[in-house]
Design a protein around this ligand. Structure first.
Ligand SMILES: Nc1ncnc2c1ncn2[C@@H]1O[C@H](COP(=O)(O)OP(=O)(O)OP(=O)(O)O)[C@@H](O)[C@H]1O
Length: 257
């Protein structure tokens, strides 16, 4: 059986004449917490967009558990078990934290539960089920006390937890996180890491873009580095710290910043 929960095969993408992705082939091992690093502009978010359907790659293929999913819409991919969060959280700010979670399955899981032909009674039962599930997810993410708060009024760190909670509503097997620790205080980062590791123990696979090297070195294995749209390194944290190409391409660039 293919070990890769997710893989890209020769992904190449141009923005006009600029090559943002250059023949990117990566394998995200089932059950891993894989880190994706690289200097600003390396192509990390473009790679996430090409994987999760926000961008149709010019060339190459994306496979999810061995199945070709290249160019599928984000909604379809989410329904197939691939979830992602964004660098800048995008909650519906006037809705409550709980409502933000309940919206996810109405457009996703709800369709699987019976589509538009449900009776009123069945719809009420479905809404209760979704509400219970949302409350469980909020509890797991330590957000239950904020359930009735407007999502726009919670802290940046809590929004990152909410993003992951929204993704968990779909129970995806593979989760992509775009800079989960950016702008998050150390306490909430600790909570986030604890939850990622717990979900990983339950079998979920993660691919995480992160600039916080401490986070990456401690919690990600393997680590993949991109520079100028190309994969320049893949290995363990210890190998990353000793790799001259990586030091030059990334850690050096960071030191210059
Ligand atoms: N829609 C677009 N149109 C044109 N150029 C783009 C577009 N999106 C990204 N780029 C360019 O592609 C390159 C890769 O950008 P990308 O956002 O993927 O990098 P990144 O590694 O995620 O950077 P960061 O760490 O700063 O988020 C950058 O030079 C960026 O300016």
């Amino acid at each position: 059986m293919d070990e890769a929960a997710l893989a890209t095969h020769g992904l190449t993408h141009y923005f006009n004449a600029f090559r943002a992705l250059d023949d990117v082939s990566i394998k995200v091992r089932r059950g891993s917490i894989t880190g994706l690093i690289g200097p600003n502009g390396a192509g990390k978010t473009t790679l996430f967009n090409a994987i999760t359907g926000g961008l149709r790659p010019g060339r190459g293929k994306v496979t999810l558990a061995g199945l070709d999913v290249t160019g599928q819409t984000p909604d379809r991919l989410f329904a197939s078990g691939l979830g992602r969060t964004f660098q800048i959280p995008r909650p519906f700010s006037r809705m409550s934290v709980l409502e933000n979670l309940m919206l996810v399955p109405l457009s996703q899981i709800g369709e699987r539960l019976g589509g538009p032909f449900l009776s009123r009674h069945a719809m009420r039962v479905q809404e209760c089920t979704i509400r219970e599930h949302a409350l469980e997810v909020l509890d797991f993410m330590t957000l239950a006390p904020l359930a009735d708060h407007p999502a726009g009024k919670i802290s940046g760190g809590q929004m990152k937890l909410l993003e992951l909670a929204r993704v968990l509503m779909g129970d995806p097997q593979v989760i992509l996180l775009d800079e989960p620790a950016a702008g998050v205080n150390p306490t909430l980062t600790g909570t986030l890491i604890e939850k990622i590791e717990e979900l990983n123990r339950q079998g979920k696979t993660f691919l995480i873009i992160e600039h916080d090297m401490d986070f990456v070195m401690r919690h990600c294995d393997p680590i993949i580095a991109l520079a100028q749209g190309r994969v320049v390194f893949e290995g363990t944290a210890a190998e990353a710290q000793a790799d001259p190409v990586l030091l030059d391409a990334y850690l050096g660039a960071q030191a210059d910043a």
